[in-house]
Design a protein around this ligand. Structure first.
Ligand SMILES: NC(=O)C1=CN([C@@H]2O[C@H](COP(=O)(O)OP(=O)(O)OC[C@H]3O[C@@H](n4cnc5c(N)ncnc54)[C@H](OP(=O)(O)O)[C@@H]3O)[C@@H](O)[C@H]2O)C=CC1
Ligand SMILES: Nc1nc(=O)c2c([nH]1)NC[C@@H]1CN(c3ccc(C(=O)N[C@@H](CCC(=O)O)C(=O)O)cc3)C=[N+]21
Length: 288
């Protein structure tokens, strides 16, 4: 069976066009939404993602600010930068690129970001709101995957969704968003016994492990929808996912490629959250 490629680049572009109009209307009202990204250190992968974010926010008509700090920066100085951005009225979204150097407490930094500007959706307050289904910033990667599924016409209610990975930024919130849309959810991780017995039951399989081409076609049920979150380099240094695309597409009914699948959606939802933050701010001002 030849399967349908889920084109994250195209779906992301569709949403970005909608955002452009929203930004233009805010600019007409005299306000330009602003996103600030803090990048610590010189990790080449992080630099690529951050460059993509900057380029995309400018294309959408937003203000973009990049703050580069050396990997020797102290936790205290990093927290000061976050606080400056919390106070900066021209900034609606703050993203601190993860991972951070080992001498810095990631949780402490995330907690320092004002929840109103936490467009990553990583602050404990926003995580809590998401968990109980209250309106908040949703974490960009799971949010983007929900958009991919919905805009590709994939039915979620009643389906068995299996998620491999339980990180705070991808796996864990992914399961909660699918649960809210009435999927039956199974989480798998590095301590799962007999992984294949679970993945074989998945109607929707979400793979967020971080190991190149780990999931091959024999892990997948005929007709399943496969979402590949992984961002790895293969033996030739080429960008690839956690799923072995060539064998998986033989059995899946729909599948996301890498690149061009989940990655562009993550950035799109970051922009969407930033625009929403700007709108929240302006609305609360007109009310007061
Ligand atoms: N496209 C995008 O927008 C994004 C892509 N990514 C990519 O997605 C991947 C996952 O990212 P992230 O969630 O941050 O990664 P983490 O390393 O934080 O989490 C990986 C998860 O995979 C599980 N795991 C590891 N090995 C196995 C195994 N052999 N079998 C089953 N489960 C396993 C781990 O289990 P345990 O908890 O037991 O250790 C863990 O829960 C990476 O490749 C990352 O680069 C990440 C964010 C955004
Ligand atoms: N605070 C924080 N928030 C994040 O959202 C965050 C983070 N830290 N740390 C790292 C991960 C990873 N991540 C990606 C974003 C875009 C692409 C992306 O644009 N991918 C393109 C290709 C990129 C390329 O060509 O290298 C694609 O898949 O088509 C990938 C991965 C966000 N993350």
């Amino acid at each position: 069976m030849s399967s349908k490629k889920i084109d994250g680049k195209a779906i992301g572009q569709e949403i970005r066009e909608e955002l452009k109009e929203q930004v233009a209307s805010l600019v007409k009202q005299g306000y330009q939404p602003g996103l600030a990204v803090i990048l610590v250190g010189e990790n080449p992968a992080s630099q690529t993602y951050v460059k993509n974010k900057e380029k995309s926010s400018i294309e959408a008509g937003m203000k973009s600010e990049l703050i580069k700090l050396p990997d020797t920066v102290s936790e205290e100085d990093l927290l000061k930068e976050v606080e400056k951005l919390n106070q900066d009225d021209s900034i609606d979204g703050i993203l601190v690129q993860l991972p951070l150097p080992k001498h810095i407490d990631e949780n402490k930094v995330i907690r320092a970001i004002s929840p109103e500007k936490d467009v990553d959706g990583f602050h404990p307050m926003n995580v809590g709101k998401m968990l109980i289904g209250q309106q908040t910033f949703l974490p960009c990667t799971p949010y983007g995957i929900m958009q991919l599924l919905e805009r590709s016409g994939v039915e979620i209610a009643g389906k068995h969704a299996v998620i491999i990975g339980r990180s705070n930024i991808v796996g864990k919130p992914m399961g909660q968003l699918l649960l809210q849309k009435d999927a039956t959810v199974t989480y798998c991780h590095s301590r799962t016994n007999d992984l294949k017995s679970f993945t074989k039951q998945a109607d929707i399989l979400i793979v967020a492990i971080g190991m190149a081409k780990f999931i091959t076609g024999d892990y997948i049920k005929e007709g399943a929808v496969v979402i590949d979150v992984g961002m790895n380099r293969d033996e030739n240094g080429k960008l690839c996912g956690d799923v072995d695309y060539a064998s998986a597409e033989q059995v899946a009914s729909a599948i996301t490629p890498v690149p061009g699948g989940v990655g562009p959606m993550t950035i799109t939802m970051l922009l969407k959250n930033t625009v929403e933050s700007a709108e929240n701010k302006l609305n609360s001002r007109t009310k007061n």
